[in-house]
Design a protein around this ligand. Structure first.
Ligand code: NAD
Length: 458
């Protein structure tokens, strides 16, 4: 079923893409994308589809070997087809030889990871390693576009590090806004393209690279370097605040007998608020919001500014995950010690296999601390979660997880969880007890089992 849905989504995606872009003639550029993860691979394949000649580079030999064999190491809707199509056309290739690629190609996108350090600041080791490699291997003029999310002020430091004037290199900030799970769709339909540079000639080259988007009237915002970096952090922190706000309002709705869906609909009709990002969940996670919100607070501290709203949001998000665990224990009546908890959904959201900073990690660890046994199922993210939490029981189907469990906790909004017949739960589970953090259980089924199904915010 999932594969049929995926195929249908891909066909729609490509049909839409073809209609929009097929009529645009534009100049082809030779581009290197360094870092072939969620952002780098999608960007590389997307730029190749736009007509550019792209080489994706990574230090992870296993990843590049897989890509050269036609195996896509991550799950993103439509990515498989996009990569294969462009490899077959000869516009997309993969390499581990960063020095050679830098010597050959003059437009370089950096898309390596910038994880959190223990103090919350962004770890720029990978970005700086790439900058060193560019410095060592550049013998012609280069444009270096930083797509990795880097703290405000980093691109200026990188420009000093690389001694741009003497090396004839221009550093540009070109932050990425794609959403995992919709990364291919977002690449071809970006909300905006932000380019930070003071150099008009290089800004023009960026316009050429993104020409098909400009033809579609997608906003192209050219700013200074620092503002471009700030736009990325300010956007992610704002979204983290919005999610956290609706999660707390959902807690309040549960306490006072209001319905979060009605409340969110009513709020969203006000276009100053907007209806996006008003769905409650188990707490924000993923590779971006947690690390970017924390890094922004650290940057602000260094600049002598206290970002109290963002700081509170990070704290509130931790509390919210704890609230979900407390609700589970409450529904079970006498705590979780000795109970078996079934978890549906490990990815930080649906349509991705990414579990980095997923709310499921903290929530499962707290269940384990309370003495529960945990069984889990996720259609895509199981293998990744095994690397982080090896000591729980992973099952092949959602039904297997339910077997002999005391309570079901739904943490990710996968379509297959929405399609489950909740009236059949009694066939599997010791007693019907469900914590639905994602509005997955249909309202009618929840109503029929009002004492044993807890829907967050209802
Ligand atoms: N994932 C998202 O949704 C998203 C969205 C917008 C922005 N970003 C930002 O984009 C950047 C990349 O994120 P990601 O999710 O793609 O990370 P990722 O971990 O999936 O990919 C990073 C890749 O860089 C490679 N790499 C590390 N050091 C390298 C080096 N020296 N040379 C070549 N390759 C190297 C790694 O092997 C890995 O494959 C981060 O700064 C992130 O904050 C991510």
């Amino acid at each position: 079923m999932l594969s049929i849905i995926k195929k249908r989504e891909c066909i729609l995606l490509f049909t839409a893409f073809f209609l929009v872009f097929s009529s645009h003639a534009h100049e082809s550029c030779k581009i290197a994308v360094i870092g072939t993860g969620y952002v780098g691979l999608v960007t590389g394949a997307g730029l190749a589809e736009l007509g550019h000649n792209v080489c994706c580079v990574d230090i992870d030999k296993k990843k590049i070997d897989q890509l050269q064999q036609g195996i896509i190491p991550i799950y993103e809707i439509g990515l498989d087809e996009l990569v294969h199509k462009n490899v077959n056309k000869g516009t997309l290739r993969f390499s581990t030889d960063i020095e050679k690629v830098i010597r050959e190609i003059d437009i370089i996108f950096i898309a390596v990871g910038t994880p959190s350090m223990p103090d919350g600041r962004a770890d720029l080791t990978a970005v700086k390693a790439v900058i060193e490699a560019i410095k060592e291997n550049s013998h012609t003029s280069k444009i270096v576009c930083v797509k990795s999310t880097v703290p405000i002020g980093t691109c200026r430091q990188l420009a000093q590090m690389i001694d741009c004037d003497n090396h004839n290199i221009v550093i540009i900030s070109n932050p990425e806004f794609l959403r995992e799970g919709f990364a291919v769709q977002d690449f071809f339909n970006p909300s905006r393209i932000v380019v930070g540079t003071e150099f008009t000639e290089q800004a023009e080259i960026m316009r050429t690279i993104y020409a098909p988007f400009l033809d579609k009237n997608i906003p192209f915002l050219c700013t200074d370097l620092v503002s471009a970096e700030a736009i990325k952090y300010a956007s992610n922190a704002f979204l983290a605040v919005k999610v956290t706000y609706i999660n707390e309002i959902a807690q309040l709705c549960s306490a006072v007998g209001a319905n979060i869906n009605a409340v969110a609909t009513g709020m969203g009709l006000d276009d100053r608020i907007g209806n996006k990002f008003l769905s409650p969940g188990p707490g924000f996670g993923g590779y971006c919001f947690p690390k970017d919100a924390t890094a922004l607070v650290r940057t602000a501290e260094e600049a002598g500014v206290a970002l109290r709203v963002v700081t509170s949001c990070i704290e509130a998000n931790k509390h919210h995950k704890h609230y979900i665990v407390q609700k589970t224990a409450e529904l079970c009546g006498d705590g979780l010690c000795g109970k078996t908890v079934a978890v549906w959904g490990l990815a930080f959201k649906a349509n991705t296999d990414d579990v980095r900073e997923s709310a499921a990690i903290d929530i499962i660890n707290e269940f384990l601390k309370m003495g529960a046994t945990v069984k889990a199922y996720d259609p895509m993210a199981q293998e990744n979660m095994k690397q982080i939490i090896p000591n729980i029981l992973y099952c092949d189907t959602k039904e297997q997880v339910l077997d002999c469990s005391d309570v079901l906790v739904i943490l990710t909004e996968w379509q297959e969880f929405k399609e489950f017949d909740y009236d059949r739960l009694v066939d599997y589970i010791n007693r019907v007890a469900v914590i639905d953090t994602r509005d997955v259980v249909p309202a009618v089924a929840a109503k029929r089992n009002v004492n044993s199904i807890y829907k967050l915010g209802c």
